[in-house]
Design a protein around this ligand. Structure first.
Ligand SMILES: O=C(O)CCC(=O)C(=O)O
Ligand SMILES: [Fe+2]
Length: 300
């Protein structure tokens, strides 16, 4: 099947893209093997990390909100998340205006589920803690995420932080799942970019909307998979990633949270009862530098 990712179209198995994101369920109980794979590949895909029903409860709460706003197709099944063609939903994977989703009880419950905390305690070798803030994305058809590393958004504490991206519902390739450029977490040329901080430097954070350019320049290959509710992909702060375009007629709903050792320093923007979050990035009156200007500074 063909997928779209910004200006590129790929066929699974071509030079730039495949659907071979590898599951690590077979080594789930072998912590040294998990750590070695995370270091080598930059990510771990765990099928059914969470109980599917818990994830679907969170999905239901979000869809009830969407339904109450008239965002779902008239007469469609709530859990299918089909868009109402008459509703012009903002076409974004962004989270700027969606506190209401992230604070829903069943959505909050996902972050500290025992299966997840046990996994991170073992992986990190001590008591783990999530950021108190987490990101919920309701991506309408047409939405896609630009290519970036997470470190520039949340790099003020320890660098041993891991993103845990989870589909809140089944997410097929046409719904715009996350896509990782496997290998890029080791790209030496990105070092300067990785020292950026969107709130301090007033930069956009993303690096490119051209996935072909990324592979040609930094190596690696784009990889994703068909996701099911309950699955999770864990990745480091450096690996380049984005999301495929949602070319379906349904909302792509997902949540991403961050985990680290409780004993290590936290990025103060994302912890506490009401995390302050980004205080400059995309705030009114703040002009962010163009990506072209930032790239020139980073030697890219
Ligand atoms: O879900 C997306 O579109 C992007 C997610 C992402 O960038 C992340 O989880 O770090
Ligand atoms: Fe990200």
């Amino acid at each position: 099947m063909r997928v779209r990712f910004w200006d590129a179209e790929f066929e699974a198995g071509d030079r730039y893209f495949d659907t071979d994101l590898r599951a690590s369920n077979d080594i789930l109980h072998d912590v040294p093997a998990l750590r070695a794979r995370l270091e080598q590949d930059g990510y771990l895909l765990i099928r059914d990390l969470r109980d599917r029903d818990a994830v679907l409860s969170a999905r239901r709460q979000i869809l009830e909100k969407l339904s109450s706003k008239g965002m779902l197709g008239p007469g469609s099944d709530l859990m299918d998340g089909i868009v109402n063609p008459a509703y012009t939903a903002p076409v974004t994977t962004g989270t700027r205006d969606n506190e209401e989703f992230r604070l829903l009880s069943a959505v909050q419950d996902l972050r500290q589920m025992p299966q997840v905390m046990e996994f991170f305690d073992r992986l990190l070798g001590g008591p783990a803690r999530p950021f108190d803030f987490h990101w919920v994305r309701v991506a309408a058809p047409g939405a896609e995420s630009a290519i970036h590393s997470d470190i520039v958004f949340m790099g003020r504490g320890t660098q041993q932080v891991y993103t845990c991206w989870a589909p809140l519902g089944d997410v097929s390739l046409d719904m715009g799942p996350i896509v990782l450029c496997v290998g890029t977490h080791k790209a030496a040329a990105l070092q300067k970019y990785w020292t950026a901080d969107v709130d301090r430097d007033l930069v956009q954070g993303w690096l490119s909307k051209d996935p072909v350019e990324i592979v040609d320049r930094f190596g690696g290959r784009w990889a994703t998979t068909d996701f099911r509710a309950g699955d999770a992909v864990i990745f480091n702060m450096h690996i380049l990633h984005g999301s495929l375009a949602n070319t379906s007629t349904r909302y792509r709903i997902s949540a991403d949270a961050r985990y680290q050792l409780a004993s290590e320093p936290f990025d103060e923007r994302w912890t506490g009862e009401a995390p302050i979050g980004h205080y400059n990035f995309w705030k009114p009156g703040i002009n962010l530098e163009s990506v072209a200007a930032s790239r020139a500074k980073w030697g890219l």
